[in-house]
Design a protein around this ligand. Sequence first.
Ligand code: ADP
Ligand code: MG
Length: 236
Amino acid sequence: IERDSIFRKKYGIHISGRDIPSPLRNFEELKSRYGCKSHLLHNLFELRIKEPTPIQRQAIPILLAERECFACAPTGSGKTLAFLFPMLMKIKPGSEGVKGVILCPTRELAAQTTRECKKLAKGKMFCIKVMTKELSRSGDFAKISCDILVSTPLRLAFAMQNRKLNLSRVEYLVLDESDKLFELGFVEQIDCVVKACSNPSIIRSLFSATLPDSVEELARTIMHDAVRVIVGRKNS
Ligand code: ADP
Ligand code: MG
């Protein structure tokens, strides 16, 4: 525990909450500690991703321990991989229903996140989809197979209302750039998505570059035992 706190200090990782798992020393620990499949680690190797970034060192073990979290780290510090990798490790591809949902404030970010997810998942039979306009308007979600779905709040809420998209099997829900999501006034749609993700063992997480008190307060109303991880300063 003492070792962990020295290690966190070295990487500027600030935590709050109880029983926080040890940070990752390296990606190989994903295999020794969590039984990560070799080909997922191989994909990292192919992408020349060698060392975890500070946010990845702490957020990945938290999500793998099935804890909810608020993660705040500067832009460009690898937050996407921090929430995608645990999902790819835990979700069973091809099983029934959508298992992972990622909400993004813009369509561009949703498309980019989907591309990154496909690269990290390469070689595994994951079905990863971005919610396009067509899909939200005419997709038959009873027939479409989709393990991980990336969307803006508006398109997802639309598909839920009009296309009867079922989110009751979602295991991981991520609000990416959560500060922007709330700033842009998507509170109602987010609320609707959170309610539809009714699986009692769902793991919700927030990722952003800043964590304003207002966002944290709002988020605490839906997340009850969340851990907070901040790399650098809270509102930098
Ligand atoms: P953020 O969401 O924190 O702004 P991104 O997740 O978009 O940052 O990551 C920024 C870039 O860093 C991406 O091109 C990504 O592929 C790359 N990256 C992520 N993790 C690592 C890592 N551990 N080592 C090297 N590059 C990484
Ligand atoms: Mg990001």
